[in-house]
Ligand binder design. Structure first.
Ligand code: UD1
Ligand code: CA
Length: 460
C-alpha cells in the first residue's frame, strides 16, 4: 500500500478496434472484465477512496462495474483522448496532492508489485513523473519512448504521429505513469490536440514537464507480457491465456493438483484448498470456493459455488450457484443449479438435476431424477426416475420430504406436497396428497393379470 498515492484508471473509450457493441473494458479476460483487473490491481496499492475510474462510453454499464468494486467513477462525456480523460478528474483529484498513478484500463496483466516499483522509482529518483516501459518485438500501436543521448527520457511519441525512424523504436509506453500530482495539475492544460488524431494525449505530458525544466524517468521492465494492452480480440485472447496460466500456476504452487493443466479453465477469483485434484478440461468460474481434498472430475463445470472439504464432483457435471457440503458427491452427469444444496455426505448420481433444492445429510438420489423447489430431509432415498412436478404452468410449488423417507423409483410428486418422515412411497406412484409420517403410499393402479388372455385372442 502506498500512503500518499491516488490512482485514476482510464476506461471511457469505446475500443473501436474490438469491433464490438460492448465497451472494450467490459470484455472479459481470465474471467473478469478488463476494468475489474485494473481496479483490483489499483486496490492493492491504494485504498478504495483514492481509486477512481474515468467512464464515458456505455458509462452506465461501466459505472456499475466500478461501483460494484467499491470505487468511484469520473465522467468524461466526450472521448477526446487519454489526457482529456485525466483532465476530467481534476475536480475530484486536483486537491488530493501526493502522487497520482494514471493507468489505461485495458492493461489487465499488470502486477501490483510493478505499480509499487513505479511509485518507488518516481519517489527515489526525485523525478516529477515516471513511466513503465518495456521492449517488445512488435511495437505496432504503442507509444514509443524517445530517449536523449544520455539515455534520459525526452518524450513519448504515439504510433500514429511517429516518424519512420521513431517507428523503429522498440521501447514502448505501458500507459502507466506516476506523477507528482501538483505538477501534473499545474501543467495539464498545456496539452494540445495537435496530432493526426486530434486528441489530447496524456503521453504529451512527458515533453511538457521536461520543457518546464522538470525531469521524467522510466521504469523499464523485462517482462513485456505484463504490459500487454488490449485493443482487439486477438490481444484479448492472449491476455486470457496468460491470466489463466498464471492462475493455474499459482494454484499448483499452493498445493492443488491440476491434471493436464493446459486444458483447464479457472477464473481469477476462484479459491481452491490443498490436495484437491482438478481433472482435465474442468472449468471453474465466477466466485467459486472449493475446499481441501476435493475431486473435480474431467469436463465438469463449476460456477459461483461453494464446495466444502472432500467433495467429489464426478466427470461431466455442471454445478452453478450451489453449495456442496463436506463429503458430498455429485455426478457423473449431474446438474445442480440455482441454490441447490447438498448437505454433508449427500449423494446425487448420474442424470440427476437439482434446482433450488436442499438434500439433507446422507440423502441419496443416484439416478435419473428431477428435484426442484424441494426440501429433502436427512437420509432420504430417492429412487431412479423420481420427478417433482414443481410447476403448474403458472407458479412453482414446493415439495417437502421428511427425514428417513423412501421414495420408490419412477414416482411423480405433484407439488405442493409433503411426504412425512420415514414414509414409504411405492414405486411408480403419482403422489398429490400428503403422506403421513411412516405411512406407505401407493398411488398407482393395481396390476390386473388376465389368465389365458393370449390363447383367447390369438387362438394360439
Ligand atoms: C495508449 C497510449 C500509448 C500506450 C498504450 C499502452 C496515449 C495517448 N497512448 O494508447 O502510448 O503505448 O496506451 O497500451 O495515452 N480512454 C479514455 N478516454 C479517452 C480515450 C481513451 O478513457 O478519451 C481510455 C480507454 O478506454 C483505454 C485507455 O484510455 O482504456 C487507452 O486508450 P486506447 O485508445 O486504448 O490507447 P492506445 O492507443 O492503446
Ligand atoms: Ca490500448
Amino acid at each position: 500500500m502506498l500512503n500518499d498515492a491516488a490512482v485514476v484508471i482510464l476506461a471511457a473509450g469505446q475500443g473501436t478496434r474490438m469491433k464490438s457493441r460492448m465497451a472494450k473494458v467490459l470484455h472479459r479476460a481470465g474471467g473478469k472484465p478488463l476494468v475489474r483487473h485494473a481496479i483490483d490491481a489499483a486496490l492493492k496499492i491504494a485504498p478504495p477512496e483514492r481509486v477512481f475510474v474515468v467512464v464515458g462510453y456505455q458509462a452506465a454499464e461501466v459505472r456499475a462495474e466500478v461501483e460494484a468494486a467499491g470505487v468511484q467513477a469520473i465522467h468524461q462525456s466526450e472521448q477526446l483522448g487519454t489526457g482529456h480523460a485525466v483532465m476530467c478528474g481534476e475536480e475530484k483529484l486536483g486537491k488530493l496532492g501526493g502522487r497520482l498513478i494514471v493507468f489505461v484500463g485495458d492493461c489487465p496483466l499488470i502486477q501490483p508489485a510493478t505499480l509499487e516499483r513505479l511509485a518507488e522509482t518516481q519517489k527515489e529518483s526525485g523525478a516529477t513523473a515516471a513511466v513503465i516501459t518495456t521492449e517488445v518485438d512488435d511495437p505496432t500501436g504503442y507509444g514509443r519512448i524517445i530517449r536523449g543521448d544520455n539515455n534520459d527520457v525526452l518524450g513519448i511519441v504515439e504510433h500514429k504521429a511517429a516518424t519512420p525512424e521513431q517507428l523503429a523504436i522498440r521501447e514502448i509506453n505501458s500507459g502507466i505513469l506516476c506523477f507528482d500530482a501538483d505538477s501534473l495539475w499545474r501543467h495539464i492544460h498545456e496539452l494540445q490536440p495537435d496530432n493526426p488524431a486530434g486528441e489530447y494525449y496524456l503521453t504529451d505530458m512527458v515533453a511538457i514537464l521536461i520543457r518546464a525544466g522538470l525531469w521524467v524517468t522510466a521504469l523499464k521492465i523485462p517482462d513485456s507480457n505484463e504490459l500487454l494492452g488490449i485493443n482487439n480480440r486477438l490481444e484479448l485472447a492472449e491476455a486470457d491465456r496468460i491470466l489463466r496460466a498464471r492462475k493455474i500456476r499459482r494454484l499448483m504452487l499452493d498445493g492443488v493438483t491440476i491434471e493436464k493443466p493446459e486444458t483447464v479453465t479457472i477464473d481469477a477469483d476462484v479459491r481452491i484448498g490443498i490436495d484437491t485434484v482438478i481433472g482435465p478440461f474442468a472449468q471453474i468460474t465466477g466466485e467459486t470456493t472449493i475446499g481441501e481434498n476435493c475431486r473435480i472430475g474431467a469436463c465438469s463445470i463449476i460456477h459461483g459455488s461453494l464446495l466444502g472439504d472432500g467433495v467429489e464432483v464426478f466427470p461431466f457435471s455442471m454445478v452453478s450457484d450451489s453449495k456442496l457440503d463436506a463429503q458430498s458427491h455429485a455426478g457423473p452427469f449431474a446438474r445442480l443449479r440455482m441454490d441447490a444444496h447438498l448437505s454433508e455426505r449427500a449423494h446425487v448420481g448420474n442424470f440427476v438435476e437439482l434446482k433450488k433444492t436442499e438434500m439433507g445429510a446422507g440423502s441419496k438420489s443416484m439416478h435419473l431424477a428431477y428435484l426442484g423447489d424441494s426440501m429433502i430431509g436427512e437420509k432420504v432415498n430417492i429412487g431412479a426416475g423420481t420427478i417433482t412436478c414443481n410447476y403448474d404452468g403458472e407458479k412453482k410449488h414446493a415439495t417437502v420430504i421428511g427425514g428417513g423417507a423412501f421414495v420408490g423409483s419412477n414416482s411423480t410428486l405433484i407439488a405442493p406436497v409433503e411426504i412425512g418422515e420415514g414414509a414409504y412411497v411405492a414405486a411408480g406412484s403419482v403422489i398429490n396428497q400428503q403422506v403421513p409420517p411412516k405411512a406407505l403410499a401407493v398411488g398407482r393402479s393395481r396390476q390386473v393379470n388376465k389368465e389365458g388372455w393370449k390363447r383367447r385372442t390369438t387362438g394360439g
